[in-house]
Design a protein around this ligand. Structure first.
Ligand SMILES: C[S@@+](CC[C@H](N)C(=O)[O-])C[C@H]1O[C@@H](n2cnc3c(N)ncnc32)[C@H](O)[C@@H]1O
Length: 217
């Protein structure tokens, strides 16, 4: 069975919008989306700004899907995808007005991401990170120590993730849910496992958006 999780991931773009609203209006911003996947947040950023967006990810299938959606939506000339790792990205220092990263910084580590990605942002530019909620006080301290000003942050609780995402996915699985582990495969099995995890520890699904400004030297 085929389930398009992007359809429901898109429900959460209202929080991408909210985070963007915490920034001043920027004309033709250059935006880097790190760990962009199939591009749900990037497409929203393309819709809300007149900027150019580079999405990087190491998943070729997700990037192809993203590029196709960008072309279909008429953003083909403003969105570029690059199949690279988020570690050691080949961009010059201070190339971007905004670095955006949703659901991805944990792969490199929160503190390491903050420190390594900082060079990519112009002085006074912005980093927006959507991450799991755990260790929020420690993360706030790491933000300060890495040389950012915390402009805003807000939390999505576990109900948001259920109401806007997992509930829809579980409805898609429908009758297959009962014997899911035995009969499902591929993406549907992954989704089944995620929903099981959700039910086991709902509060682990809380997440937080951090909106940061890189301090000017
Ligand atoms: C949870 S998904 C988030 C996708 C997208 N940002 C979103 O919010 O819908 C995490 C993404 O990080 C990517 N990723 C994980 N490790 C990576 C790495 N070392 N380099 C580049 N991308 C990576 C995965 O391929 C995946 O697309």
């Amino acid at each position: 069975m085929k389930i398009d999780r992007d359809k429901y991931r898109a429900n959460l773009t209202r929080y991408t919008r909210r985070a963007l609203q915490a920034l001043p209006d920027l004309d033709h911003p250059k935006i880097l989306d790190i760990g962009c996947g199939s591009g749900v947040p990037s497409l929203e950023l393309a819709r809300l700004t007149n900027g150019k967006i580079i999405g990087v990810d190491h998943d070729a299938v997700a990037l192809k899907k993203f590029k196709n959606k960008a072309i279909e939506a008429g953003y083909g000339n403003r969105i570029e995808t690059m199949l690279i790792s988020m570690e050691g990205m080949p961009f010059k220092d201070e190339s971007f007005d905004i670095v955006w990263s949703e659901g991805s910084i944990a792969f490199i580590g929160f503190e390491k991401g903050l420190v390594e990605w900082k060079r990519l942002v112009k002085p006074g530019g912005y980093i927006v990170i959507h991450d799991e909620l755990g260790n929020i006080d420690k993360k706030k301290q790491q933000i300060r120590e890495a040389g950012y000003y915390l402009l805003d942050h807000f939390i999505l609780n576990e109900n948001v993730w259920w109401d806007e995402y997992y509930e829809h996915l579980s409805k898609e699985l429908g009758e297959h849910y009962e014997d899911g582990a035995l009969t499902l495969e591929g993406e549907a099995l992954e989704i089944f496992k995620e929903i099981e995890m959700y039910h086991k520890e709902p509060e682990w699904n809380r997440s937080v958006y951090f909106v940061l400004q890189k301090l000017k030297r």
